[in-house]
Write a protein of this length. Structure first.
Length: 209
């Protein structure tokens, strides 16, 4: 009888020692098998071929999601190399677009390189014709307008000569027409009139294309 009591006491001690710290920490009743031994729960194994995810503190965690793909940017073909594209856009990851494709669209002159201020168009070429006004024998008052803008208003002495770049028309007014001579594009058109008489004349020009 005494030996039976000792065996029972030993079994109880083994059961108490086998209780896991985790079960006691969370207030869970320890699992005891019918023979008095502790039943230790076994965590499910990861699926075949899957590595368990471990957090920095060494505990098993939830696998993280893959990062989202980079955004796609609309690019336009820059046919004239001025930094402005045109036509339909094609989407690429930033920096992976083929050579000649740019982000800036709105090229109004895709066949000619231009400036940002003119939205991809070149600076306009201003074509003019030289027109020369001279004072010959006697002094003459002169008022000269080029394309509607007064460019000279003075009293000129004999020997005076000045050339103006004109796009459309040069207008010459004087009180001494016989002393004023005009040359347009290298062609001398003669004096404006007779000495001592006033005259106003327009000299239209045709710039070369």
């Amino acid at each position: 009888m005494f030996a039976g009591l000792l065996a029972g006491l030993a079994a109880c001690l083994l059961g108490i020692v086998g209780i896991s710290g985790a079960e006691l920490a969370i207030g869970k009743e320890p699992s005891i098998s019918p023979n008095g031994a502790q039943v230790i729960p076994i965590s499910p194994s990861p699926a075949m071929g899957e590595e368990p995810s471990i957090s920095p503190n060494g505990t098993q965690g939830i696998p993280s999601s893959p990062p989202p793909p980079p955004p796609l940017i609309s690019y336009y073909y820059d046919s004239d190399g001025d930094g402005f594209g045109s036509g339909d856009p094609v989407k690429y990851e930033r920096g992976s677009q083929p050579f000649g494709w740019v982000e800036q669209s709105g090229d109004k002159c895709p066949d000619r390189p231009g400036s940002v201020e003119l939205q991809g168009c070149p600076e306009p070429i201003i074509r003019t014709v030289p027109v020369t006004v001279r004072v010959l024998d006697t002094p003459a008052g002169l008022t000269i307008s080029a394309d509607g803008v007064v460019v000279l208003d003075r009293f000129a002495q004999p020997g005076f000569s000045q050339t103006f770049d004109v796009q459309r028309v040069l207008t010459v007014s004087t009180g001494n027409a016989g002393s004023v001579e005009v040359e347009v594009g290298g062609q001398n058109l003669g004096r404006l009139g007779r000495n001592g008489l006033g005259a106003t004349r327009d000299f239209p020009v045709q710039p070369p294309s």
